[in-house]
Design a protein around this ligand. Structure first.
Ligand code: 5GP
Ligand code: MN
Ligand code: MN
Length: 336
């Protein structure tokens, strides 16, 4: 990782200079947490012209007044630093420094991709093995459990001390991407980082309850419908068991729910012991689906995702599917 260049880029922001932080489209806990934690750290350094955004972010405060999607998912609307969030089309057109978070490729930045050209310097913080190194300075560590691990590394090299607000952001990111410290990438270094974050006095129980365990009652009923139609295909591809289900926009409307409530659906589906690969197909448009895939180890689902135009990690990946549910699951079966 190019730490020295990244530190120099931050120190090189002129007085009154602009910094734009961006994370990937449909931001998750790691995208938002690593971005906002870093933003708060830069504010502590005295940088005042700071903006944070993500592709499609709309007008209004994230704690109310949002016009419609895309928006900050409700479970993250309490994060410190959300006051730095601006609508994507209000973001500085040519910032002195541009930093992007948790995006494996430029396509994950939507229309904000043009800042790679217009910015004085573009720094990429990420942990995807598939990162295409699309910026100027790269802090990309495929061994890191979350982008927030890289963000903490940068803040410490900038000599920004961790405070509770920064720690809440980085903890949300770390807890999200490690599945609450359950996945294999939960190394001793991850627990050591968690210890540093907890030492600032933040409450892990409170944070976990807010981000993982608080959903509207309608989401409980919605899960009932969607799990009821799950399919098990014990021999989907050469003996690799596949379990899958789908959720339509009508399912969401019937229960009065927003798309973010389906984020954790894959965790319920992937329990099926008979399946190595699990898949959730979530409708986002008339013939457009956000697909989540998980593997228990036998299959590298990122290869399936990349083959179908997406990306991700070996055991967790996704892509945008087109056509009908049958078209999408058929394409997955074929790739498996
Ligand atoms: P999830 O299933 O939780 O939405 O995503 C799991 C992982 O798959 C993410 O961390 C991300 O790396 C990757 N991923 C999900 N959807 C997409 C997509 O549409 N395009 C790409 N390139 N990666 C995706
Ligand atoms: Mn992410
Ligand atoms: Mn991540």
């Amino acid at each position: 990782a190019d730490w020295a260049a990244a530190v120099a880029a931050v120190h090189g922001v002129p007085a009154g200079g602009t910094v734009l932080l961006v994370c990937h489209v449909n931001p998750d806990g790691d995208a938002l947490g690593s971005m906002l934690g870093t933003a708060l750290g830069l504010r502590r350094l005295g940088i005042t012209q700071l903006q944070a955004t993500f592709p499609g972010a709309t007008q209004g405060s994230p704690t109310g007044g949002y016009g419609g999607p895309p928006e900050v998912p409700e479970p993250f609307r309490w994060l410190p630093g959300l006051d730095l969030l601006v609508p994507a089309d209000a973001a500085h057109p040519a910032p002195d420094l541009f930093i992007c978070f948790d995006a494996a490729s430029a396509s994950r930045l939507g229309a904000l991709v043009d800042r790679l050209q217009t910015a004085g310097t573009a720094v990429v913080l990420d942990h995807h093995a598939s990162n295409t190194r699309f910026g100027g300075i790269h802090l990309v560590d495929p061994g890191a459990a979350a982008t927030s691990v890289v963000a903490e590394g940068l803040l410490s090299r900038l000599e920004v001390p961790l405070d509770a607000e920064i720690a809440q952001c980085l903890y949300v990111a770390l807890a999200t991407d490690t599945g609450s410290f359950r996945f294999d990438m939960t190394t001793p270094a991850v627990h050591e980082m968690a210890a540093r974050l907890l030492a600032t006095g933040i409450s892990p129980g409170d944070i976990s309850r807010r981000i993982f365990d608080t959903r509207p009652f309608g989401a409980v009923r919605l899960y009932g419908d969607v799990l009821q139609r799950a399919q098990l295909e014990p021999d989907a591809a050469g003996g690799v068991g596949l379990v899958w289900t789908y959720a339509t926009l009508d399912d969401l409307a019937r229960h009065g729910q927003k798309a973010y409530v389906l984020e954790a659906l894959i965790d319920s589906v992937r329990c099926a012991a008979e399946a190595d690969v699990s898949c959730v197909i979530k409708q986002v448009g008339p013939a457009e689906w956000a697909v989540s895939m998980r593997s228990k180890g036998a299959v590298d689902v990122s290869r399936v995702a990349v083959a179908l135009g997406g990306g991700g990690h070996r055991l967790a990946a996704g892509f945008t599917g087109r056509g009908s549910v049958e078209d999408v699951i058929g394409a997955i079966r074929a790739e498996l």
